[in-house]
Design a protein around this ligand. Structure first.
Ligand code: SAM
Length: 221
């Protein structure tokens, strides 16, 4: 008999089951999901429901006060992170799209967390490089253009406090990371990025099979 695998493959019904068995979303999140879905094809960029819950729990578990997000889109991940912050916490968001993030702003207002979120419109790399190193960051989420990941990683990890966390989305790239015949620029960028994280001795990290793959890295002391 083959050994039992150490993972459980998901299909739609099992995924629906796990999404249904987490703390339910509130009306603000439901409405944000519905409005984002009406955008059509680009809605696929929104993080998954379980991922949003996980981000909020991680942020809250480490008592984060200072957080950064690269790639905001219509604001669901930012909403989740902002909700997990300590009451006086601040989240700095970076995105190039005024149009998509304007949707997010409305929902942050509705959720009562708009005062915790500062949004910068423009390419994230120079804006991150201009951030002070002190006070350090407690939490960061990277979910933007894949070619930019190494730069976002460097700018964030050097500013992260010991014990601080970075979460990075799309690290499995729909499974293409292990498919030798897939060599598009995004999957190549993700493969190179994953090796970079593995070789980085400033952090300990784990790749979770959540959504399209989520790396969680913790800055060592
Ligand atoms: C996958 S979406 C982010 C999804 C979002 N985290 C959510 O919860 O819905 C990627 C976002 O990265 C933004 N983006 C792309 N290139 C960027 C860059 N160079 N700097 C900042 N943001 C960028 C896009 O405008 C897009 O909104």
């Amino acid at each position: 008999m083959p050994p039992r695998p150490k993972y459980t493959a998901l299909d739609e019904s099992l995924y629906d089951y796990l999404v249904a068995h987490r703390t339910p979303d509130d009306a603000v999140v439901d409405e944000l999901r519905e409005e984002t879905a009406r955008l059509g094809g680009s809605a696929v960029m929104q993080i998954a429901a379980d991922q949003a819950t996980l981000l909020r729990i991680l942020v809250s578990a480490i008592g984060a006060r200072r957080a950064v997000e690269v790639g905001t889109f219509t604001g669901l991940s930012a909403l989740a992170i902002a909700r997990g912050l300590l009451p006086d916490g601040r989240l700095l968001c970076f995105d190039v799209s005024e149009e998509w993030t304007a949707i997010g702003r409305r929902y942050w207002e509705k959720a009562g967390v708009a005062d915790r979120i500062e949004l910068h419109i423009g390419p994230a790399a120079p804006a991150l490089a201009a951030l002070p190193e002190d006070p350090p960051l407690d939490f960061a989420f990277i979910d933007a253009d894949k070619a930019g990941y190494p730069v976002y990683w460097e700018e964030i990890v050097r500013r992260l406090r010991p014990g601080g966390l970075v979460a990075v989305d799309n690290v499995l790239w729909e499974g293409e990371v292990v498919q030798a015949d897939k060599n598009g620029p995004d999957v190549e960028a993700i493969r190179a990025f994953n090796e970079k994280v593995l070789a980085d001795d400033r952090v300990e990290s784990v790749m979770l099979a959540v959504a399209d793959g989520l790396t969680i890295a913790r800055r060592l002391g």
